[in-house]
Design a protein around this ligand. Structure first.
Ligand code: DGY
Length: 328
């Protein structure tokens, strides 16, 4: 790699101050149009770049990486999730991959709480009614939702974001349950008064609210399968701010339509940006366009992480946010 000023290709428009910093530090090619790159454009980019800065809208799979030129040494992802990158194929070609962990935690956890409240208290429905001009005034039985205080929250994936959701949820009086590959440290369990469930089946059958906070990996694809969703109680709700692929969206939609689950708050979808039209028709769902991490502060922090990862790597050191195949 050309030390100090590697050729960096950025696939999408980033916050201006981040782009300017990249221009100052590296030999940077920006994408002013912000149009997602086609596969052909991505192939062209990996052929020439020393560093590629993609986002979750770029599928950097083995067939793209097969065209990587010898100069490609780093994929510095602008984002935390890396399920759009074939990490093993990258490392097999000697390409390091980094991401931007930690800086989206609070924003994503905040939005998870907004969705838990939004679904339980029928926020979107109420908003639609107030705007419609058809609201005929307060009534004792109008727009009744469900109280969240005292309910059981089952967190699927107790990493940074899951833990941040648990901390916030304690403030709302929810009791915390979780399923995770590994049990978290006793001190965290004690702090959160959290109950660990080794069996996901056992946990979800007993919860009022399920929050999906695990990454999408081959092991978590359709973790909430049609069979598992059937274990949910009819009064329960599901919130997903992680990745759509973790839930079988078709099965979830069927169950929501049949009122076998009370509601869902979804910020992410299995075939983004497409959203199942049957899901869009439902009143008992709150749908958002993958915006849980969308704060100006978060996007700037992500950009700073990308810059640090590239600079550290270009200076010949190990970048701080390496993603290794063994972590998946
Ligand atoms: C990420 O960084 O993976 C987030 O999903 C972006 O919102």
């Amino acid at each position: 790699m050309a030390r100090n000023r590697p050729l960096v290709i950025v696939t999408r428009k980033l916050p201006e101050s981040i782009e300017t910093r990249m221009m100052e530090l590296f030999n940077t090619r920006l994408n002013d149009s912000d149009n997602p790159m086609s596969k052909a454009e991505l192939i062209e980019a990996v052929k020439t770049a020393e560093v590629l800065v993609p986002t979750l809208t770029d599928r950097i799979d083995a067939s793209v990486l097969a065209h990587a030129g010898p100069s490609l040494k780093l994929i510095a992802n602008y984002g935390t999730g890396v399920d759009h990158i074939d990490i093993e194929a990258a490392y097999a070609r000697g390409v390091t991959v980094t991401n931007t962990p930690g800086v989206l935690t609070d924003d994503t956890a905040d939005m998870t709480m907004a969705l838990i409240l939004g679904v339980s208290r029928r926020l979107a429905e109420g908003e639609r009614l107030a705007r419609s001009g058809e609201w005929d005034g307060w009534s004792p039985t109008g727009m009744l939702g469900h109280r969240i205080t005292g309910k059981r929250l089952g967190i699927l994936g107790m990493g940074r974001i899951g833990t941040a959701v648990a901390r916030r949820s304690r403030g709302f009086g929810l009791s915390i349950h979780y399923h995770n590959r590994r049990r978290v440290h006793e001190s965290i369990e004690n702090e959160l008064e959290a109950t660990y469930w080794e069996s996901l089946d056992q946990m979800i059958a007993r919860m009022d609210i399920i929050s999906v906070n695990c990454p999408h990996t081959p092991a978590t694809f359709h973790l909430l399968s049609a069979r598992r969703l059937k274990l949910l109680r009819p009064q329960s709700i599901i919130v997903n701010t992680s990745r759509g692929e973790v839930i079988d969206e078709a099965a979830l939609t069927r169950m929501l339509r049949a009122k076998e689950i009370a509601g869902a708050g979804l910020d992410v979808f299995e075939h983004e940006p497409a959203i199942n039209p049957k899901l869009r028709e439902l009143d008992n769902v709150v749908l958002l366009p993958h915006m849980s991490s969308a704060t100006i502060e978060g996007r700037l922090d992500m950009g700073e992480k990308v810059v640090i990862n590239i600079k550290t790597f270009a200076d010949g050191h190990r970048p701080p946010d390496r993603v290794l195949p063994s972590q998946l």
